[in-house]
Design a protein around this ligand. Sequence first.
Ligand code: AMP
Length: 229
Amino acid sequence: MTDGASFGGRRIYLLVGAVGAGKGTQADILSERLGLPHLASGDLFRRATREGTPLGEKAKGYMERGELVPDDVTIAMFMEELSKPEAARGAILDGFPRTVGQARALDATLAGQGEGISRVLYIEVPPEDLVERVSGRWVCPTDGTPYHLVTDPPRVPGICDKDGMPLIQRDDDKPEVVRARLAQQVPPMLEVIAHYEQAGKVSRVDGRGTIDEVTGRILDALGLGQAVS
Ligand code: AMP
């Protein structure tokens, strides 16, 4: 099988990376470039909860407690998304599978319809770079304008360009909290990677550098560098 191989003409890509690795940003870019929907588990659950669908009702309590939604509910949600016309040519999955159990269940469900994951793109960034990236985020407490100390600083240090308010750091973005989130998130993620490595499906992509550089590496890994750039 080559990179980007498709089953039944459809390409299902997994985008995997820790908090701050740029996974969501890259998923959006790829979605646009490849014309495939970006299916992000957290966004899909939040939408279902907001709309009060049966799925949203099932997911709600787990999300409020910060727990994983049960695998059968999560898989049913993705299979429904994958059955929509927008996903006829494939999709980019983000935030799922998050555990090896979910990966196995997804593989089995896809295999049941003669399909499988085409490629897993693992965006790698060293942990201390992740802490620096995430903890560099500061926001305006009144209008939410985001800044980054290194990549997108305000004109006056610590002050919002728009309304002059002193910027704040969200609790979630504090270095010690980011380290704790990584410690919780990375081990199961590495198990998912190891699972797909056994099947020869993982492309490791260096997530350092600019957004464009990372996109270029992903497209190269898919053998699509010339085709769509
Ligand atoms: P996120 O936006 O990725 O942090 O996800 C928000 C919430 O959605 C999580 O706290 C979980 O309750 C749920 N969720 C997201 N992805 C998954 C997944 N792969 N499996 C189970 N629950 C998930």
